[in-house]
Design a protein around this ligand. Structure first.
Ligand code: GRF
Length: 223
């Protein structure tokens, strides 16, 4: 009897979590094509979440215009107005918390988040990187792979931890580099794959379908 009632409580808990639509924030410094891909996908598919907030460190980011066009609350803070990165990040954290954000997606966000920020949102921050990690970390993942001469590169979506481009990997997809590909053609192929797999990873997160075991992320799609 006792066990039964305990079971009921935990089943209700699972249902409650599933029902809770996730509030998604996207951090972007530039064009925001990944922001757009997540927005579009979330409007056409049931991902159990909504993009409710866009943040940028760059007042000229096209991502902010995309957010405005989609009627999504958006915000920009200029790092120049803060005496330290720490204070800057704490201000962002305050805003994100006041918006009750469940998931932060970095999408071309060009600043490295401070560890205090990351620790507050542990396993609730995703990033997309334009290479097959752990190869070609850093700001120029596509160019570095192209110039290195690899025949296959790709895209990675991963959780953010305190090391650059390092956290547990959720999804990866390879992209072939053909002999005749120019850097621009490769960029185009990479972005196409990014726009396909980032929204998927967001959906898995929002539907509580991701389980992290050490460095491994198991996807438990429930359909
Ligand atoms: C993407 O290539 C992403 O992988 C990298 O930054 C770029 C952002 O592009 N982290 P966009 O601003 O989403 O168009």
């Amino acid at each position: 009897m006792k066990n039964n009632s305990l079971n009921k409580v935990s089943q209700n808990e699972v249902k409650k979590n599933e029902a809770h639509r996730k509030r998604i924030a996207i951090f972007a410094s530039g064009n925001g094509s990944n922001l757009q891909a997540i927005l579009d996908y979330s409007l056409k598919n049931d991902i159990n979440g909504d993009v409710v907030f866009v943040f940028s460190n760059n007042p000229d980011a096209y991502a902010l215009i995309r957010a405005k066009n989609a009627n999504v609350k958006n915000f920009c803070l200029d790092l120049k107005n803060f005496s330290s990165r720490q204070l800057y990040d704490m201000e962002i954290l305050k805003i994100v918390k006041s918006e009750n954000i469940d998931l932060i997606c970095l999408a071309g966000y060009m600043l490295i988040l401070s560890s205090d920020f990351i620790n507050e949102y542990q396993y609730k921050i995703l990033n997309i990187h334009p290479s097959l990690l752990p190869s070609f970390k850093g700001t120029h993942g596509i160019k570095d792979a192209f110039e290195y001469g690899v025949k296959v590169t790709g895209v990675t979506v991963h959780f953010v931890d305190n090391e650059l481009d390092h956290g547990p990997i959720i999804l990866q997809e390879p992209v072939k580099i053909n002999d005749k590909d120019s850097l621009e053609q490769l960029e185009e192929k990479i972005h196409k794959v990014e726009h396909k797999i980032y929204p998927l990873a967001v959906k898995y997160f929002c539907k509580d379908e991701l389980k992290i075991i050490g460095r491994k992320v198991i996807i438990n799609e429930r359909g």
